[in-house]
Ligand binder design. Sequence first.
Ligand SMILES: [Zn+2]
Length: 330
Amino acid sequence: MSLSVAVKAKNSTLISLIRFFSVSSAASSSSSTVSLSPSGRLQQTLSGCVEVKGKSLHSGKLSTVKLLPEIAGAGRCFEFRSRSIPASIEFSQESPLCTTLFKDGLQIRTVEHLLSALEAKGVDNCRIQIESESADDREVEVPILDGSAKEWVDAIEEIGINVARNHVGESVEKMVTHLNKPVHVCKNDSFVAAFPSIETRITCGIDFPQVPAIGCQWFSWRPVRESCFEKDIAPSRTFCVYEEVERMREAGLIKGGSLENAIVCSAERGWMNPPLRFDDEPCRHKILDLIGDLSLVAREGNGGLPVAHIVAFKASHALHNDLARLLIIG
Ligand SMILES: [Zn+2]
């Protein structure tokens, strides 16, 4: 199926195609859906520590994130109020407009852009200390920064990446997840499907017929070079529809939202804060989000974004998370 056909197809046709090609569903998934195999590279971590402070998108509060090196096999883990919350799909909870980790009554919101940068840059093991502006807060949000993953990538590049060693000082080969059979999840006219492939590729589509400046966009990306993510994906910012912003504010969301941390598009007036960094910046941002959400499949420094062709259309964080649950090694 060529992309041009997919773009022209009606939503219902796309869903039918996915169902036709996808012989497996959420209900029939088993551990043979995925397998781990050696990647040919060693598990990595950061070479040093870096601290980033900024405003939260939803609460509007300030929070501080400190990224620290971690031993091989430890994976990526948040620390909040002296408690450990692994960046794992087991602790992910559905929440509006972002991905939230929840454990022992503590919540860490909007983890996806930071995790996307760590996953794409190959930081397999990392301790992520996070603090809210009030010491007694039971929830905290990763700073939204400019709405993209650019500043996280800059921070990672500034401190550098090193081979991680385990508790006895040995390096460990990184294992990657391979998809053995197609899987998909869908809700109404949205879907995320993953197909076996010899390489990782992500194809995302969005459709906003009521907002002509966004309209229908598709973007297909594969990490052919190490610098691809920082060039093609990381700079793409969160986007929102101007006419929906007030409704979100009334629902107590995006209190920290501004023209500095999102690109805003009006149905009638077009983009409110140009220029865009890419013509298809909203669609590229969906790929950024998807990488962050699928990074939650990683365990003990292995896995993460699978070797598969992932195709998403009008997908949400909730749907990304549903797909991630199908990709867990049994
Ligand atoms: Zn996002």
